[in-house]
Design a protein around this ligand. Structure first.
Ligand SMILES: Cc1ncc(COP(=O)(O)O)c(C=O)c1O
Length: 394
């Protein structure tokens, strides 16, 4: 199997060069899209070498393609992982990880404020397969430790979270997970490997929706699981059966997106911080949630474990739902829409978009207020974004 090549490159060089063969088909500079469903054998000796695992080769696209492998090796280098597996979406990566590693009778610990569909899958679907869960308040490590049972197999959390940007204390979580011999998996989508590399803290598995920053252009769906080979192997076997592998063209787009990851994220970190400061001083803004701000409850933790605070800023406008809607309707540059991490700035109102199917009191129980706005900063000039916010707030 192609292995990650060790090098001493810094992160932006790694993003551009890692994982790809230096000499490619026809001396092209870009990795080709191997748009094929099947890979043919030269002869029966070739088959025997493959089936006896003497030689790595591709067989069938559900089991992987060279384009997928190049993207995986690039991500392996970026995350500092032993192994990476790509999926057709972030949800596919999450669902496959849970189903491949957990069995009926196991218990899963999850923290609140995780992505709605992940929460829904754990609470509704996993339960149907006899995998129970407990939901713990993010940041309450005593409660988390108390919730661990003999049958607890995994702790799953996000950092930073969606939409409140809570930051998990990774060293503390790792200590708890190791003490109780449970797996620790983190959805690190909001951070990217540029801002945070959880495996270096001892986290067992890192998951991403590559649809967001890794792809970076609002034009693909993909997911990532990174970790030790012994954990990735059962997930890969599960994928070979269930077919969650990504399309070669998606892998090509992902490789292309990853090449500029370090540049984009550095710009987004800086712009989001500037916008968070601008919003903090605005008389029409009630509250700003951004881990870079000194008044953020986990600012100290974020400063210790992150290289940048990310491109998402959440805030509450003063007033009620109608004021929040009026603000959204006045935006001229920022698009209104879900998702994050792409080149175009996206603003969403979690209450009326993500949690549209809940009553107001159900939403409020989750902390999703009527005036909460989430801004996913793109790569535009921050001054133009601030000007757009300014005219909408006025
Ligand atoms: C933090 C987080 N994890 C996972 C997902 C799911 O990823 P995908 O949309 O690629 O399936 C999302 C989607 O919004 C997300 O925000």
């Amino acid at each position: 199997m192609p292995k990650p090549v060790k090098n001493n490159w810094r992160i932006s060089t790694t993003a551009v060069h890692a994982g790809e063969d230096r000499h490619k088909l026809g001396d092209a500079i870009t990795t080709p899209i191997a748009q094929t469903s099947t890979f043919v054998f030269a002869n029966t000796k070739d088959i025997e070498q493959y089936t006896s695992k003497k030689k790595f080769r591709y067989e069938y696209a559900r089991y992987g393609t060279p384009t997928q492998k190049a993207a995986e090796l690039k991500l392996t280098a970026l995350e500092g992982a032993e192994s990476v597996l790509l999926f057709s979406s972030g949800m596919n990566a999450l669902v496959s990880t849970f189903l491949a590693l957990l069995s009926s009778g196991d218990h899963l610990l999850i923290t609140h404020d995780i992505y709605k569909k992940t929460l829904q899958f754990c609470q509704r679907d996993l339960k149907r397969f006899g995998i129970t869960n407990s939901l713990v308040q993010m940041g309450d490590y005593r409660e988390l430790e108390k919730a661990i049972r003999p049958e607890t197999k995994m702790i799953f959390t996000e950092s930073p979270t969606n939409p409140y940007l809570f930051v998990a204390d990774l060293p503390r979580l790792v200590k708890i997970a190791r003490k109780h011999k449970v797996l620790l998996a983190i959805d690190s989508t909001f951070a990217t490997p540029i801002n945070q590399r959880p495996l270096e803290f001892g986290v067992d598995l890192v998951i991403h929706s590559a649809t967001k920053y890794l792809g970076g252009h609002n034009d693909l769906l993909a997911g990532v699981v990174a970790g030790a080979e012994k954990l990735i192997t059962p997930i890969r076997d599960f994928q070979k059966t269930t077919g969650g592998s990504p399309e070669p063209f998606t892998c090509y787009l992902l490789i292309r997106g990853l090449k500029t990851l370090a540049l984009r994220v550095a710009h987004q970190n800086e712009s989001a911080f500037r916008i968070a400061r601008y919003l903090s001083n605005h008389r029409r803004i009630q509250k700003v949630f951004y881990p870079g701000l000194p008044n953020h409850p986990q600012h100290r933790i974020a400063r210790a474990q992150m290289k940048g605070y990310g491109g998402v800023v959440s805030f509450e406008v003063k007033g009620g739902l109608s004021d929040a809607k009026r603000f959204l309707n006045r935006l001229k540059l920022c698009f209104i829409g879900p998702s994050l991490g792409g080149t175009e700035t996206l603003i969403t109102h979690p209450g009326i978009v993500t949690y549209y199917d809940m009553t107001r009191s159900e939403r409020y129980k989750l902390g999703i207020t009527d005036t909460l706005i989430r801004m996913a900063v793109g790569v535009e000039d921050p001054e133009d974004l601030i000007a757009d916010l300014d005219q909408a707030l006025r």
